[in-house]
Design a protein around this ligand. Structure first.
Ligand code: SAM
Length: 349
């Protein structure tokens, strides 16, 4: 853990003075400011590349971290320098009580930015309340715009609901709205141009995500993997992709746009162009494990620590230690399977 500069509070949770901002940095001088929380491993879709085969045993409600426990952890993490939180899962909107939880989360002083990743199935119903609760930034997963194919990929005939959710989110003024498209050769690669065209007329950022080898039971196969470079080459048949300058809280996407387009195109390339050297993330899994890298199974069981009556100082030490031990990078490269055996829904995609 390093002090970054004289304005940096120390990482062990000492209060910062007035006007001072804290920064948590790891051994490799990466500033850790972003916490991704899997609120549940339950999901209302069964995407063929994400759901463990046989559906996997789901956590019981007592095995999930309670909202109280999550709020306590977020308060402590924010006191250390976390500024941005993403709620994900599983499907976060299936967790009972999520709206009240978000309202309470939004009251945490120093937490500047709360975002949500959803599959969109319940979005039309929840959008207004989510907006009122304080969410403005949405990532919506959508791998196809063809209703039949949607059912094949997700196991559920819900394309119309997701599409209605996207429209509702636009009407209400959520911004940015990012559509996450996992790029799967032989599954949805014939729709890449359709997704790209959507960015011409809609103020959406369409993001192509490289397929990652996650979860021992997933159907990951290198034949389905398709690199961002190849996708980009295909999209450029529509016109030149102009780079968009990254903003401070932007994630790992490299963003482009077509001239005159209302929206943008993002590429998230964890395999071909990994962003480990810029990774600012810490993760809290649905079963209460702190994890500093999506693609490494090293975790700390913070739920047991919380439930054994640990003091705030003890919990802070665990958070700091997890960050100190954040791996320098993952070893995945194109065409190779991975070392992450946890399921995406428990870890939080
Ligand atoms: N249920 C929410 C949703 O669908 O957005 C949040 C959880 S989901 C696990 C988050 C994202 O992870 C989705 O965009 C999903 O497509 C993506 N994802 C899941 N497995 C993946 C994999 N093996 N490689 C790349 N992305 C994956």
């Amino acid at each position: 853990m390093h002090k970054k500069n004289s304005k940096t509070g120390n990482a062990a949770g000492q209060p910062a003075g007035p006007g001072e901002s804290k920064q948590l940095t790891d051994m490799f001088s990466r500033s850790i400011s972003y916490l991704r929380i899997s609120l549940t491993d339950h999901c209302n879709l069964r995407c063929l590349y994400c759901t463990p085969q046989g559906d996997g045993a789901k956590l019981l409600s007592g095995e999930l971290l309670s909202f109280e426990e999550i709020l306590r952890l977020v308060r402590l993490a924010v006191s250390l320098g976390i500024k941005k939180v993403r709620l994900t899962g599983g499907e976060p909107l299936v967790r009972h009580g999520i709206l009240d939880f978000i309202r309470r989360l939004a009251q945490i002083e120093g937490l500047d930015d709360i975002r949500l990743t959803t599959n969109g199935v319940l979005l039309a119903d929840y959008a207004e309340d989510l907006y009122a609760a304080g969410i403005r930034k949405l990532n919506i997963s959508l791998d196809t715009m063809r209703p039949e194919r949607f059912k094949e990929i997700t196991g559920v005939d819900a394309f119309a609901k997701v599409w209605a959710g996207i429209q509702r989110a636009k009407e209400l003024g959520f911004s940015p709205i990012k559509l996450n498209v996992v790029a799967l050769r032989g599954v949805n690669d014939d729709e890449f141009l359709d997704f790209a065209r959507l960015s011409l007329t809609e103020a959406l950022q369409v993001r192509f995500i490289e397929f990652m080898p996650i979860g021992a039971a997933s159907i990951w196969d290198k034949k389905n993997y398709i690199s961002s470079k190849e996708i980009m080459a295909r999209l450029e048949t529509l016109g030149e992709l102009l780079p968009v300058e990254a903003r401070r809280m932007d994630g790992p996407a490299r963003v482009y746009r077509f001239a005159e387009a209302k929206g943008g195109i993002g590429f998230i390339s964890p395999i071909s162009h990994h962003f480990c050297e810029r990774c600012n993330r810490l993760r809290l899994t649905s079963e209460g494990k702190l994890r500093s890298c999506l693609l490494s199974d090293k975790e700390t069981d913070i739920k047991t620590i919380l439930r054994s009556g640990a003091s705030d100082e003890e919990v802070v030490k665990v958070i700091v230690d997890t960050i100190i031990n954040k791996p320098k990078g993952h070893n995945l490269s194109e065409g190779k399977g991975g070392s992450c055996h946890g399921s995406m829904s428990r870890i939080g995609g």
